[in-house]
Design a protein around this ligand. Structure first.
Ligand code: R1P
Ligand code: HPA
Length: 285
């Protein structure tokens, strides 16, 4: 099937109705599982409903190792949640509209807070694999070349065209996350996430540039979801799991061919700690 070049409210309604027909309760909180973090969805309590993205009208199926592509609905820490076990990335050949379509469906299902998680490379030597960071802000590199998940959408149908991006990662929610981390005894970093298009990793020169521009970690996702969530008035919490430290020496001959496997391994190791912070946070929402 050819990729749709736009998103209509009818498409969103069709997908939402499909999900509602299988799970009649209204989810309050959305969660997107990043690379290797899919097991967050396994802790959703019964009765959990699992729906393959490919079965939902207008959803694209994820193709990345470590992203199973299943929507899981049920309860987590006593609250009704809608969890994306795996996300969609623009580098999979999908448009920004397709990648952010599930976010619009979550909003229409009734989600008012979304927890976005990702695996990311550290641009700071003190941020080490296994560390968990709350996203304070982002730098949207694809946006600099004119790419936006809001492009071409009528403001009469979808709401604000000029969506503010200050406080995109809600300060009050970040304070709750900090308290939740303290309560669960997990240490937490905070920083700025830079999104690049990928799927190739960054060159050392690019990593040095990103750091000098104020980014703390780098990845290939999340930002399009945040932008759409904010257009839909959904509040956002963002977590990056530090999975690797980027190479900044242009003379380095380090073999990086297996980095994605390293990424999956490192994020799995942090999944239990992240789950504990998320459970404590949800409890306070
Ligand atoms: O951002 P998530 O989906 O966690 O995945 C990250 O891990 C992959 C690279 O290993 C890239 O897709 C990057 O964005
Ligand atoms: O080093 C990285 N760069 C880009 N994306 C990533 N996702 C995990 N690690 C990285």
């Amino acid at each position: 099937m050819a990729a749709p070049c736009t998103v209509t409210m009818e498409m969103i309604t069709e997908a939402t109705d499909f999900v509602r027909a299988r799970y009649s309760e209204q989810p309050e909180i959305g969660i997107v599982c990043g690379s290797g973090l899919g097991e967050l969805a396994d802790s959703v309590e019964e009765p959990a409903v699992r729906i393959r993205y490919g079965d939902i009208p207008h959803f694209a199926q994820s193709t990345v190792h470590g992203h199973s592509g299943v929507l899981v609905l049920g309860r987590l820490a006593g609250r009704r949640v809608c969890v994306m076990q795996g996300r969609l990335h623009p580098y999979e050949g999908l448009t920004y509209l397709q990648c952010s379509f599930p976010m619009r469906v979550m909003a229409k299902l009734g989600v008012s807070v979304v927890i976005l998680t990702n695996a990311a490379g550290s641009l700071r030597p003190e941020f080490q694999p296994g560390d968990i960071m709350t996203i304070r802000d982002h730098i949207n590199f694809p946006g600099f070349s004119g790419r936006s998940p809001l492009q071409g959408l009528s403001p009469e149908v979808f709401g604000d065209r000029f969506v503010p991006m200050n406080n995109a990662y809600d300060k009050k929610l970040r304070d709750k996350v900090a308290a939740a981390a303290a309560a669960s005894g997990v240490s937490l970093r905070t920083g700025v996430y830079a999104m690049l298009g990928g799927p190739h990793f960054e060159t050392p020169a690019e990593c040095r540039m990103l750091r000098s521009l104020g980014a703390d970690v780098v990845g290939m996702s999340t930002v399009h979801e945040t932008i759409v969530a904010r257009q839909c008035k959904v509040r956002v919490i963002g977590f990056s799991i530090i999975t690797n430290v980027v190479v900044t020496d242009s003379d380095s001959e380090l073999d990086q061919t297996g980095v994605h496997l390293e990424v999956l391994k490192a994020s799995k190791l942090a999944a239990n700690r992240l789950q504990s912070i998320i459970a404590h946070t949800i409890d306070q929402l």
